[in-house]
Design a protein around this ligand. Structure first.
Ligand SMILES: *Cc1c(COP(=O)(O)O)cnc(C)c1O
Length: 320
């Protein structure tokens, strides 16, 4: 496979037209005044299934050869990737099996079934989801689609940044959240060609700084599952495909605390009237809470998702 680049992302964007939303780019005079920056928020919480993950899912399914596609796909996830694969598969008219822990929130299990997927539950304390997934793949000929360490997923995620740059033109700085590094890697492919001077900065939860450590050390660092409210960034290591792309394109990784995430959720709700999940606020928190110097700069900020129960949202804001 040739190295992914802007042209791969444009192909993905063409595949996605009419399936994924072109999400808006939001601005706030109040937040620009507060930071002294020009902030352009890419509103991926308004994407289908409520997060950018739908883009990678649609692209990875579209890229399968026709026989593999007809047999269907399998994913393990209790989060946004599960719902993204479930909906993308159902729109493509193919079977999807999602392997989820039996103690996942009932709402998420129901949502995944609601998108048309078969949910296979497992006990995360006694069973290994890799063995379950591999068994399903072997028995039914399903293709496993991982949440970040997959070229077509990375390229699909890049379409969010493509739309952003198309709207804003070149930027000084692009801030993206980092879990396994799929979103930032895809974004970097686009920035490298459409805005070569743009600095790419990744944002992680303070307790889960494996990407920061990995880029410093020059090899993938694995950490225990971090404790953070940013559940979409509770990954323990970057992937073999995302790490080299990040080494090449990402200038820096900064971290933010859970209380900075909550403060950012509140600010964005008050000032921009948007409900963003904690992980979805990572990049915005770096800009609004001073983790990165933004004054005087034109800055892209990816709001990556909005899937949070509204009761949980209000409880977090009330406590924060
Ligand atoms: C998955 C996810 C992330 C992290 O994306 P990676 O591609 O794993 O780095 C960030 N925000 C939200 C809302 C997510 O669902």
């Amino acid at each position: 496979m040739p190295l992914p680049n802007l042209s791969s992302v444009r192909t993905a964007a063409a595949r996605m037209a009419g399936i994924a939303h072109r999400t808006p780019v939001l601005t706030s005079r109040a937040l620009n005044t507060r930071t002294g920056a020009g902030l352009f928020f890419k509103a991926e919480h308004l994407q289908r299934v409520g997060a950018f993950k739908f883009r990678g899912a649609v692209n990875a399914i579209a890229a399968l050869d026709p026989e593999a596609r007809a047999r269907g796909v399998v994913a393990f996830s209790s989060g946004n990737h599960a719902q993204a694969i479930a909906l993308a598969a159902s729109l493509a008219g193919i079977p999807a099996v999602i392997v989820m822990p039996e103690d996942a929130p009932a709402m998420k299990i129901a949502a995944t079934r609601g998108y048309g997927a078969e949910v296979v539950l497992y006990d995360r304390y006694t069973q290994d989801r890799n063995i379950i997934g591999a068994g399903l793949a072997a028995d039914r000929g399903l293709t496993l689609i991982p949440p970040f360490n997959h070229l077509d997923v990375i390229i699909g995620q890049g379409t969010a940044a493509l739309e952003l740059f198309e709207e804003t033109g070149p930027l000084d700085l692009l801030l993206a959240p980092v879990g396994g590094g799929g979103l930032i890697s895809g974004s970097a492919l686009v920035a490298a060609e459409l805005s070569p001077g743009c600095k790419i900065v990744g944002v992680e939860p303070e307790t889960g700084s494996d990407a920061q450590q990995s880029l410093k050390l020059g090899e993938i660092v694995t950490i225990p599952v971090p404790r953070t409210i940013a559940d979409g960034a509770q990954t323990t290591a970057l992937g073999s495909l995302t790490f080299p792309l990040m080494q090449k394109h990402v200038s820096q990784i900064v971290t933010v605390t859970d209380s900075q995430l909550v403060e950012t959720m509140r600010l964005i709700a008050e000032r921009m009237k948007q409900v963003i999940e904690p992980t979805g606020c990572l990049a915005a928190a770096a800009a609004l809470q001073g983790a990165v110097e933004v004054a005087g700069k034109k800055v892209g900020v990816i709001l990556s998702g909005g899937n949070i129960d509204i009761t949980q949202f209000t409880a977090l804001i009330a406590r924060g």
